[in-house]
Design a protein around this ligand. Structure first.
Ligand code: NAD
Length: 264
């Protein structure tokens, strides 16, 4: 337990179950004294999310579908009523149709699925940033989640990689716009982790195994490491860092040739 987030109020979007990255982050922020609201996608998930929220003292549990303006309006009204203002937002939301997270990107990508992935996984962060900034008169911190498939062509990640590239670019543009208001905007590029979203990617298990095998540290990305990075960025420890994409992946992103790659 600590007090790095004492007195700070924030919104965490994207807890679906106890494996969700948003949940790992929220737990660590709560342990440092943060007061939080959760948004979650619709009724079906409440049964799983409510006990988690209650276990760390989160009283405000708000349904919100990022594709639906009316739902977002209602959610942010509720957040404003509950907290008056915000100090941080964790945006841990993404989606792409499962049948496009496999095989050939160039052959399998339809216009509708592409736009849906961009809408939920990229535009939603722009929308949330605009709404949240109105509630941050004293500055604040916005954090989103990304993956290396934005920078490199990773098998099966396809449309989601393109959406993550757009999300990282959006992070920089939002950071530029909101910088003068004292609002910092950053993305965490996490290594592959065992969540519901990973299960939707064809060969997700392979991504985990390869992430471990080809990382500098030869280990899985830990939830503690990702949450610790979010804590840094959401707390005052992160002052002066904005527009950044921070890799938390046991050193997977920076490796050149794999071990043995100098042979033959
Ligand atoms: P997750 O499935 O637990 O979280 C994804 C969340 O997005 C869920 O809570 C889901 O309800 C929400 N969501 C989807 N569509 C939505 C909509 N229309 N409106 C509101 N919410 C919606 O999986 P996760 O792995 O914790 O994913 C969280 C974030 O982390 C995502 O952005 C993901 O791309 C990113 N990420 C995941 C990994 C990984 O390996 N798991 C690695 C790097 C980045």
């Amino acid at each position: 337990k600590g007090e790095l987030m004492k007195g700070k109020k924030g919104l965490v979007m994207g807890v679906a179950n106890s494996n969700s990255i948003a949940w790992g982050i929220a737990s660590q922020l709560a342990a440092q004294g943060a007061e939080m609201a959760f948004t979650y996608l619709g009724e079906g998930l409440e049964r799983r999310v409510r006990p988690l929220a209650e276990s760390i003292g989160v009283k405000h549990l708000i349904p919100a579908d990022v594709t639906d303006d009316a739902s977002m309006d209602a959610a942010f009204d509720q957040i404003e009523q509950a907290f008056g203002q915000l100090d941080f937002v964790v945006h841990s939301v993404a989606f792409a149709n499962k049948d496009e997270l496999k095989g050939s990107f160039v052959d399998n990508t339809s216009r509708d699925s592409f736009l849906l992935a961009m809408n939920i996984s990229c535009f939603s962060f722009v929308d949330v940033a605009r709404r949240a900034a109105r509630l941050m008169p004293n500055g604040g911190s916005l954090v989103t989640m990304t993956y290396l498939g934005s920078e490199r062509a990773i098998p099966n990640y396809n449309t989601m990689g393109v959406a993550k590239a757009a999300l990282e670019a959006a992070t920089r543009y939002i950071a530029r716009d909101l910088g003068p208001k004292g609002i910092r905007v950053n993305a965490i590029s996490a290594g592959a982790m065992r969540t519901l979203s990973l299960a939707g990617i064809s060969g997700g298990r392979g991504m985990l195994a390869q992430g471990r095998a080809f990382s500098a540290m030869k280990e899985d990305t830990s939830m503690e490491g990702v949450a610790g990075c979010a804590l840094w960025l959401c707390s005052d420890l992160g002052l002066s860092t904005t527009g950044e994409v921070v890799h938390v992946d046991a050193g997977f992103h920076m490796m050149g040739l794999p071990d043995g790659g100098d042979e033959g």
